[in-house]
Design a protein. Sequence first.
Lengths: 667, 577
Amino acid sequence: ALCVMSSAAFTYHDYCIIGAGPSGLQAAYFLQQAGRDYTVFERSHAPGSFFALYPRHRKLISINKRYTGKSNSEFNLRHDWNSLLSHDRRLLFKHYSHDFFPDADTMVHYLEDFAALLKLQVQYNTAIIHVTLEKDEQAWNGHYFLLTDQDGQNYKCSSLLVATGTWVPNVVNFPGSEYVEGYETVSVNPEDFAGQTVLILGRGNSAFETAENILGVTNFIHMVSRSRVRLSWATHYVGDLRAINNGLLDTYQLKSLDGLLEGDLEDLAIVKDKKGKLHITLRFYLEDRNTSAGIDSITLPQDELDNFATRAPYDRVIRCLGWKFDFSIYNRSLKIMPGKGYKKKYPQINPNYESRSTQGLFVLGTASHSVDFRKSAGGFIHGFRYTTRAVHRLLENRHHGVPWPSTVYPITQLTNSIIKRVNEASGLYQMFSVLADIILLRENATAFEYLEEYPVGVLAELEMQTGRKAPSGLFVIIMEYGRNFSGDDKDVFYYNRAVGEAQHAWQSNFLHPVIYYYKRLPTEREMKLRPPDWPLPRPDAIHHIVEDFLTDWTAPNAHILPLRRFLENCLSTDLRNFFAESCFLFTFTHQKLPPFCREGYARMQGLLGSEGLRRHAVEAGLLEDYTPTDLLGDRRPANHRESQDQLLRDHVITVRPLQHLVNAKDE
Amino acid sequence: MQASSHKGICSFSFLLFCASSIPTQEGTRLLQELSPQEYFSSLQAGRASLAYFSPKVSPGAHPFLEQIENSAEALQDYGISVVKVNCPKEDISRYCGKENALRKAYLFRGNVLVREFPTDALFDVNSIVANVLFALLFNEVKYVETLEDLQNIENTLKGRSNMVFTYVPATGTAEHRAVMEAAFVYGTVHQFVLTTEAMLLKDSGNDEMSSAQMLFCHCQLVMDLSQPCRRTPMRDSLTLLNIHRHLKLMGAPLVTEVAEDPEKVSTVHLQLGLPLVFILSQKETYEADRRTAEFVAWQLLGKAGVALLSRDLLDLKVLLRSNIALKTPDEGVPIKYLTLEDTDEVITLVEDKNKIEQIQEEEEEEEEEENKEDNNQDIQDDQVVEAVSRDKKRELPLEKIRVLTEDNFHSALLETTQTVVLFYASWEAVSLAVLQSYAEVADHLKETQGLLLSRVNCWDWPGVCKLENVTQFPTIKVYQKGEHSVVYDGMWGTEELTNFIILSQVSCPLKLDTIDEAERYLRGEFPSELSSYQQPFLLGVFSTATSKAREAFEEAGNILSGHVAMGMYLEDDALAL
């Protein structure tokens, strides 16, 4: 709709998305499916402009696992780190590339297809250069967002979804930083580095990727950074150094001339000598000194310490320090602030991905990674495709009265519904400790409502955010690594690192499902006061499903049985299955009907079971054996009374009582 | 607070030390015999003395003299000297001269006469000590006769200091002496109030009026004048030691916060032979635990101490569910950790010592039970799951059941007139139990034309199951020509399922066109699909006029579809049947 205001014309949309990268397109898909009024603004002529440039060496490090041995499409997404979510089976990345680590061009091609096949509303060649607010009490959030593009075109939106990623290169300024080449422009042709000595600033994947490319042709490479190397396999964080890029670690530790150093780049200075070689010195030596006086007058560290590590001169210095969010386009009234400390490259947002200062502005994709930076996968496609869906569900509830999708089940399906989800759900698996399934119990625990992949950070606001009620307690299903397992200094290969026995499940180290039970919804205060590194506050009871080598949690005795007992303890109910025969007996004795019989047998849907199965149950001592009854007819009448008595005694089936104590020992 | 209570103990033991050691130092004879001149010149300012003036040994005063002599030792402890002044015959001064004066004893502080006592008020050591101290501690121990006086004193003390209110049936008794002796030590700390009026006690809600009674009134805490002071009666008899103990306990902090090993904790209560109750707290529940502790502490005041033990600050090797610990003053008895439901249990725990053992036994039993159950925890007690897993190595004869996938599901439905689909999860026990029955059904119906029995494993193909609205396992749906579908809602048994499938093949009710058809229908020969169906057949016969009844019959047929065989004949010759 084109409207004319007093001064400027503008186009209005309910939702505006800035950026047609993976998260922008993902958000567009959900809005399109819901039939909402939206548009995506993309500064480039095609989607995924970041991937058109980066990574410079064109190899994506997100895995494209085409085979898992399973046909379950939801499960397979656990090992597909590149596809976006959609109903279209053609739009799976495995159809686009055969490479385990695909080429970045394939991603661009994929995103083009995603936008085109799903007919998403994307306005290309539109760079939003300014965002400001217009107060209006009628607006959803008390204000509209006014966007201006490079041609001075104005757009007005009720809700703004920022999916711009992080693309502004991080730079450091020190004396001599003009001699430093940036990752953005450095040559990717190894021939250009032949016989050179190279210093790389930074220690992320881009630094190692750059090193990997030239490792074979350089004299040696040194890599300097403030922090020590964080190995992805030790931290269980995919943003840390991945094994695919770690060739330099090999050559460093095997003394093949390459090396890693720790030091603060702010203290650094680079001096160029007459031959064009670059010398490392310290900013400290350069103070009160005229640098133009030439290298001879400048103190180098080796003048005082003749075995100084980086005393050899370099031919090139390359900066690979990563990127940050573009804060520049937002008017000050939006108060878009950078995060604190190591999260300063991201804008500050709440756990529901809404800006801390501006209601109605949601940050999606890589830029939203402050919620789970260095923890989970929210900064990567395989993580933010789920958080984007969560944001869309929150918006549907907030602005369109569509509550969070849920399914209501009878309580007999409780164990099953959890087992099903922990075995196949990809959102829980990728966004571990961030997204959780929520089971809202109905009164008297006869039924429950199942909500998928809700952001646990806003658990306290669940009723308001989802439009669902939590009157009688809830379970939260989440996946976690062991508390002290991950870390850059941790040995993740130590003996007995894996837990096998169900009773030691709470000590599980590898990713495993954890179920929290709350008698009532935790309050915001409790959320705030939760122990550090805990995704949730102290529950009334907690259960760990023991980690599994195959991540297959369907073993009847090791996985399902302990889970069932936990649920039974929490709800003081019997969640066992029974054959119709047992239900029949329960009905005619004083015993209260277990839910399975109540839901099934009592409604003429009992489980008769084949003869073979019933025999197995009898052999296990779990079902009474009635076969002698038929033989009684052949006996002599004299014995009749006696045997009837015997029969009556036999008929008292022993159903072991369940332990109805909440067992907090799991903690 | 620990430090101050230690100080209290020290001063008390010092007092006892004085009381026991001074007489031996001074020798056996404590009663001085002086002349009036000697006596009056010896009087020191601030020092109290009790004097008895005696002309000669008068026979009548002899028993009194004996008592006063005996009391000398006791009064010595309070710095009061006892003097027998021998009046010379010719002395007619104030004390010696008067005949009357000789029947009295005089209490001086310095050279000021404080009080004169008739000798019959000083009938024994108790009465002497009681009365002498009573006179000296005039300000420390207020005597009240009316409720109003008591109330006034109480009001002035609110927010400032605590009050020790004592009722004694009469002055000069052993109890009175004990109170006075206590007042000598504590008079500066608490305000003592004494009465001989039982009325005053009655009003404070105590029924026992016959014996002496001491109430500790916690007035210091009361900030609001309209509020009464909380009172803690002393349960033991009024002896100096008991009073001391009581006051010591009242002075101790209500709840002690502890952050060290409870085995090492020692408080006034333990030193005085009372148990100490620990409320185990954690950071999250601190506020509530603190309130509980205070509540319990008020209830147990004078009977036991209450301490709040923070679990977060030390690594307790006890069960997390334990919320109470009990430490008894007996040496070498380990601390008992218990799980109690409410505060009443805590109180009975202390008041009824037998209870402890009882609870502990229960707990031990519970633990044993738990241990037993722990051993049972990994034993499968679900008959269906156990039966299925015992059967898992047997291969089911499933070759007659077609496996459907995401790719062939929709095309398969179109291939036959009727398709039965079992939606199941391969890891789920009930599904697998039903799958066995389903295999038997397939065997029964293998000859049936136009019928496809199939299954979808939702663990492999969650998309299909979701699209088909299958939320529970197992679910059986019968599809007619790929479009219209019915969910099976009967018993999960071979026979029931077979009948349902057979009946689903024909419409319900089935319209019969000729009498011949109707008769063959009743014989079970028509339609051929029902030839293997063993249950009764139902036939509705309608004339064209009875359209309402026919509609009802048809409606019933729709509902009972799959459960009952229903036929319908409505031709003109219906009456011929």
